[in-house]
Write a protein that binds this ligand. Structure first.
Ligand code: ASP
Ligand code: MG
Length: 419
């Protein structure tokens, strides 16, 4: 007996015609000896509508704002309903074409999560009953994005969480694969809106996908990739707009060992949501960096690149870091409080910066990758303001006005341009 988990996002189930097509795609994957589960998102726009309703009812953004637990547990009750609707509609659409199917709400399975309402983490999926039903040929239709706590309170997993639900279910069911159907036909070497010659990747490793996802290639929720990596679930990203039977290979996200031809660079990613904060003339002795970054951590700032350098004055240093643009003001405010004590002479903020990265597992064993990047940027006259590297990634911070130029130049420089 084999099992397959399929997942369809909001646009793929946006109206009843699309749900009917999803039913045909699901039916085309039936074969003897294979159990099927389908995880669905809320219909396109539905989660946003539900979130807005909770705000109108006294949640965030109103004068009577309720905070934390007082708000979040009932927020989860409201926003989780979108997926419930889709499960029923898809089960009906499957039965209409003669395919046995039933919906399973999360508490019926159940998907156990921790109690962090609105951003819960899955602890356990009890797969016995749902697995047995699938193995009998009844297609299981499951709502993504949600679970229940040990106290039987409903939780949600954070926006985009249905991807994570699907991977968690696939792991629990020991499925052969988790197929994520979406509005693009796979993972590309870069954003096709910027580079027309971007190519669909046949395979990408979990590690590369994690870097791509966290850098803003929004195909999969980052947590779903982390989970797939940890549990070794092969994931395929493919289009839900291709008629069943037509070619639709998508992109396989899998272990590095399954990729024979390791590309030095598999993709170029970018993020415009960056700010650069520079602290000039900071005292230079042990404990200063610890104090600065402790402040930032307490303020919940997501620090990314960090560069420290000697200042011209003796006994002083300069520290530069980047964070998401929307957190820049908060970051500065939290540093103002300790500014005098740390002897910071000046704080500068630049918000019109972007991060461009090249990613590839082949980099681990290849020299000269950075040189190619820097000379490609130099040829276009693009200045580099900060550099960060990991084993499989090189990122540079540049003037945001040059983002597209940089992405195109790098895509060409690493030989990624298709026909
Ligand atoms: N419906 C939820 C959202 O819009 C979860 C998901 O689709 O993944 O964020
Ligand atoms: Mg999504």
């Amino acid at each position: 007996m084999s099992r397959l988990v399929m997942k369809f996002g909001g646009t793929s189930v946006g109206d009843v015609e699309r749900i009917a097509r999803v039913a045909r795609i699901v039916a085309s994957e039936r074969k003897p000896g294979r159990g099927l589960a389908v995880v669905v998102s809320a219909m396109a726009g539905e989660t946003n509508r539900l979130v807005a309703l909770t705000q109108g009812a006294g949640g965030e953004g109103t004068e009577t704002a309720l905070g934390g637990q007082d708000f979040d547990d009932e927020y989860d009750v409201v926003v989780s309903t979108g997926e419930q609707v889709t499960t029923g509609l898809l089960a009906l659409a499957l039965r209409r074409i003669g395919v046995p199917a039933r919906s399973w709400q999360n508490w019926q399975i159940p998907f156990r999560t921790d109690g962090a309402h609105s951003k819960a983490r899955i602890a356990d999926v009890i797969e016995e009953r749902i697995g047995a039903s699938m193995d009998e040929g009844v297609i299981a239709v499951v709502p993504g994005f949600q679970g229940v706590t040990d106290n039987d309170r409903i939780t949600t997993l954070g926006r985009g969480g249905s991807d994570t639900s699907a991977v968690a279910l696939a792991a629990a069911l020991k499925a052969e694969r988790c197929d994520i159907y979406t509005d693009v036909d796979g993972v590309y070497t870069t954003d096709p809106r910027i580079v027309q010659k971007a190519q669909r990747l046949e395979k990408i490793s979990y590690e590369e996908m994690l870097e791509m996802a966290s850098l803003g290639a929004k195909v999969l929720q980052t947590r779903s990739v982390e989970l797939a990596f940890a549990q070794r679930v092969p994931v395929r990203v493919l289009s839900s707009f291709v008629e069943p039977g037509a070619p639709n290979p998508g992109t396989i996200v899998c272990g590095e060992d399954e990729i024979v031809e390791k590309q030095v660079v598999s993709g170029v990613a970018y993020s415009r949501d960056e700010a650069k904060i520079t602290l000039l003339g900071v005292e230079d002795h042990p404990g200063i960096a610890a104090e600065i970054f402790e402040r930032l951590a307490d303020a919940g700032i997501n620090v990314d690149m960090i560069v420290q350098s000697e200042a011209r004055q003796p006994g002083r240093q300069n520290i530069l870091f980047t964070c998401p643009d929307r957190e820049a003001q908060r970051a500065v405010a939290s540093l103002e409080e300790v500014r005098a004590r740390l002897g910071v002479e000046e704080i500068h903020v630049r918000r019109d910066v972007a991060k461009v990265s090249v990613i590839g597992i082949g980099m681990k064993s290849q020299a000269g990758v950075a040189r190619t990047m820097f000379s490609a940027l130099a040829q276009k006259g693009i200045n580099i303001e900060a550099i960060a590297t990991s084993e499989i990634k090189i990122s540079v911070l540049i003037d945001a006005a040059y983002t597209e130029l940089a992405v195109r130049a790098l895509h060409t420089a690493y030989g990624l341009d298709g026909a």
